[in-house]
Design a protein around this ligand. Structure first.
Ligand code: NAD
Length: 253
């Protein structure tokens, strides 16, 4: 059912939240646009400016690695200055209230952790861009370490242990999904009684399979996204409104 207006939609969502025992939110880039981080597919989103660099290309080409780090550092101030928006804060309130056991996110911006979720309760399907890892041995590197080596000549550094490339700790197109996170997300989707997809175009697979998985396992499904998605037809409630406006009323103390 598509909510006919914001007020009725928020009331209906409030009733569903009150009735639910276990709520699992699934978030995409749309929850962070209010925090100043552009999404991929909205007009003016990152997608419209830069073709994404796939994993195979990153591994094969020093130029691609240099370009990838150049883009990351161009976004540095944006990521560093971003603070949790109303959507993040509403979910953190429900987490503190014991309604939400963990959040499944496609986002890489660390804003759920910053809003008060324990790191262990943020299931990052696409990794995290606020630090880096060697793609060979997995050694963690801080961005300051990469920046120090990258800045003099714009060349992406390699791992000091195994010499393989160092990449933001994100999952690129063509890169394997993280197994433990996929398993935990599947378990949560199947255990909850209310699943809320927030700010995702639901076109990036396999992540987009979780709302359907939850619905199939018997949960009620809510979709909050200002644009239509392919899964609106199966949702119990669709809120095509701004996320901050929709979730703002659920921000607690
Ligand atoms: P997407 O860009 O495909 O979709 C975002 C959706 O959110 C769009 O449909 C848009 O209409 C909607 N939206 C944007 N702002 C909104 C608002 N204020 N209120 C309501 N709706 C709003 O994003 P996706 O589905 O997450 O897929 C993109 C991939 O890109 C993800 O896998 C993610 O890893 C990555 N990404 C992450 C970030 C981040 O971490 N903040 C930013 C850009 C891309």
């Amino acid at each position: 059912m598509i909510a006919s207006d914001l007020r009725t939609g928020v009331e209906r969502l409030g009733d569903m939240i009150a009735a639910a025992k276990v709520i699992v939110p699934f978030t995409g880039a749309g929850i962070s646009t209010e925090a100043g981080i552009p999404d991929f597919r909205s007009p003016g989103g990152l997608w419209t400016r830069n073709r994404p660099i796939g994993f195979d290309e990153f591994v094969a080409s020093q130029d691609a690695r240099d370009e990838s780090w150049r883009r990351r550092f161009a976004m540095d101030a944006t990521f560093a200055q971003a603070r949790p928006a109303r959507g993040h804060r509403a979910l953190a309130s429900l987490y503190r209230a014991g309604k939400i056991p963990a959040v499944i996110t496609q986002n890489i911006d660390n804003l759920h952790q910053a809003s008060g979720f324990a790191a262990a309760d943020v299931i990052e399907l696409h990794g995290n861009t606020t630090y880096a890892r060697c793609i060979g041995c997995g050694q963690r590197y801080e961005l300051s370490w990469v920046k120090e080596r990258f800045e003099p000549d714009g060349a992406a550094p390699d791992c000091t242990i195994c010499n393989e490339p160092v990449k933001t700790a994100t999952i690129s197109f063509g890169q394997a999904m993280p197994e433990a996170e996929m398993e935990r997300a599947a378990a949560l989707a199947q255990q909850c009684d209310l699943f809320i997809a927030i700010g995702s175009s639901l076109v990036v697979w396999p992540a987009a399979g979780f709302p359907l998985m939850a619905k199939k396992a018997g949960a009620k499904l809510v979709i909050i996204n200002r644009e239509q998605t392919d899964q609106d037809d199966v949702a119990d409630l669709v809120l095509r409104y701004d996320i901050g406006e929709t979730l703002g009323p659920f921000v607690g103390n």
